[in-house]
Design a protein around this ligand. Sequence first.
Ligand code: SER
Length: 511
Amino acid sequence: MLSSEIRDKFLKFFESKGHKVVPSSPLVPEGDSSVLFTTAGMQQFKPYYLGKESPYGKNVASVQKCVRTSDIDEVGDESHLTFFEMLGNFSFGGYWKKEAIEYAHEFITREMGLKIDYVSVFAGEPGVPEDKESAEIWKSIDSSLEIRKAGREDNFWGPTGEEGPCGPTTEIYVNGIEIWNIVFNEFYCNRDKSLKPLDIKGIDTGMGLERLTMVSQNVSNLFETDLFPSHPKTREEGIVADHSRAINALLEEGLIPSNKDQGYVLRRLMRRVLLYKNRYQLEIPVESEVFKQESNKFDETLEAGLKKLKEGEDPFVLFTSYGFPVELIKELGVEVDEKDFAEKFKQHKEISRAGAEQKFKGGLAGHGEMEVKLHTATHLLHQALHDVLGDEVMQKGSNITPERLRFDFSFQRKLTEEEKKKVEEIVNEKISEALPVNKAVMPKAEAEKIGARHFFDQKYPEEVSVYSIGDYSKEFCGGPHVNSTAELGHFRITNEESSSAGVRRIKAVLE
Ligand code: SER
């Protein structure tokens, strides 16, 4: 079956079951700063799970464009993409498990003519019981069906952002891959991770169009489906094909490449395909003036860098003065002596620390170094905001470019001039105290016990690393950071504004 037929079939099926078909929302979500991109079909419907009346009625279906960069390193294998379409049916207090499972079973087996390998249901954990009801429903539909049980990692979904609707899931596997995730939104996850039952029970399902097409067309790779007419063969061709779809979709929405937020992701995607184009002589299926300009800009940078490399320049200098990350240098086919590079990087840091101790003489900031400094400054800012504004402050987001840091946090009103000044003063005081920055790896429970700050929506492994700055700040964090706050320079807030309802955004620089 062609992918276009599958889209139609899905929407028609759910229309026949009393669902209103709602168009895809934009890839850059409107009024939701918790994520850069739309990553799931339910995103545009979030308020309706919380009791806001849906203008579309209680039951809806959509084909949602999504961008997810979390799997970017897996792209090029048989089943991961940065851009994909999600088929979904949703209910906000309309129907519940029985209907949701019956619809899914009917669609997969009768409409698509596919055989389900097995399904999975939530195994239960303290506070949330095992989902016996779903297992019973599956059994009543098909007594021979294999039902597997899994815990929170696999069979519990959400929330998006640090709080919101979430719940146990049941998942359908066909030809060995997960194709449909059916979420029973029955809880609200608070910022402290506690769950409270929702007033209305909701259904949120998501099925990747590309994966469904793959199993329907009985091919073993997404790139062999009709969604990728060029049928990329190699990993590099697959990456180019995937990224080009993402680039085209983002350009279509008027996004332009830049150094921040969504624009930065677009730039990274463009640069990656341009790199492969040069290296593997690949065609890039993107027709756009914006892309052409970005391509020219990138060519100039590459050309200058390559010339230097040919002249025998040390890859490390390319890194410090042209901002070529080591991966890029390797992609260019240049051999990098990793040990030598790491040694020079260490020395480079030593030198800059020594420089910092001499009150920042000499412009030592190479590529990457400013980000590292701003990252440590972000931790100081986070703690200082707590000290000045109280516990209402929760991290909502962070973004760092070589020029500035940006920090989003929950707070209900504009900051006063005095508050901003106080925050700056605290951060600068901590900088002047030359506090050591230390990393410790410890069990998650212990990190929570010592009150290390973290994002509540993130899943952390059992063992986490915690960065501490003197006795002043502790955060779950992957790093990297400077060794001492003495390296940071003078901290100044350049801007404070609203980012969305109840969320403030601070931009700050080190100078
Ligand atoms: N929200 C769930 C997901 O993204 C189901 O739609 O998988």
